[in-house]
Write a protein that binds this ligand. Sequence first.
Ligand SMILES: NCC(=O)CCC(=O)O
Ligand SMILES: [Mg+2]
Length: 335
Amino acid sequence: MPASGFPATRMRRNRQADWSRRLVRENVLTAADLIWPLFVIDGENQVDPVPSMPGVARRSIDETVRMVESAAELGIPAVALFPNTDPALRDDAASEAVNPENLVCRTVRAVKQAVPEMGVICDVALDPYTSHGHDGIMRGAEIVNDLTIETLIQQALVQAEAGCDVIAPSDMMDGRIGAIRHALEDSGLTKTMIMSYAAKYASAFYGPFRDAVGSSGTLKGDKRTYQMDPANTDEALREVELDIAEGADMIMVKPGMPYLDIVRRVHESFGVPTFAYQVSGEYAMMMAAAENGWLDKDRVMLESLLAFKRAGASGILTYFAHDVATTLRDTGGVA
Ligand SMILES: NCC(=O)CCC(=O)O
Ligand SMILES: [Mg+2]
């Protein structure tokens, strides 16, 4: 950093006009940075708003495909699909997770057929399928790691065989990335990418998501024996290192804005594509304040997403994706 003092250096010179601010801008947000999460339900022509997430709805497959077509037109590269499974299909073994005809697999096939150029990401975790709302198989009060992995492998395989491009294990079991990677290779699915939720914290910010997928009523206890302690940061680097060694192509940090320090450390330590998940609670906070007139929605949306880029994220999974891509298109493509 060259040493120079006032008045030779006046930091405000470069900020004085829009053109000069744009010229010296260090980070930008574009539609290509966005992953759009979509909640799917059974039926036809169904659009069912999620009350705790204003502007977000659960949609039947036909409506989901329409949304994906619109996202493609806006230049959004990928969508993440989350099924709201019929409660009658949820059981202790998460049997529906491994059914090749389950809701998410049917959605993947419909989306890839209609919009083959759209990247499709599917969660691997058992919580949308278990009667107890946990991400794994339980024995008594314990979420059993190695037993759960057997089911996660099958879940990943049915999703990849349905055409899912990116398998995204978000369950936080130890060793599942390597197990899934080997199973994919053995099945000839060598191109399937793995985006690992390597550093997923036991966070209170997931509340509205659980409403959206219908697991808030069923979840017994909390997820602190498998998701990370919000107090930890070195531990996140160990998690990420292991998952890269096991075959992850991309890393996800979750939640987002309260964990920007983790995004920064992961990006700087490993140089792997690092993503952040701006989770349901972050979205709900901003929308609630905006609906009360306390915050300017478009401005906080753009600022919050730009913060992820500044922290070093390759992209952001956000419920704002369609909204922000529309704003970016209307204002010239970047913010
Ligand atoms: N597997 C997804 C979650 O656990 C929660 C995401 C959110 O709160 O948006
Ligand atoms: Mg791990």
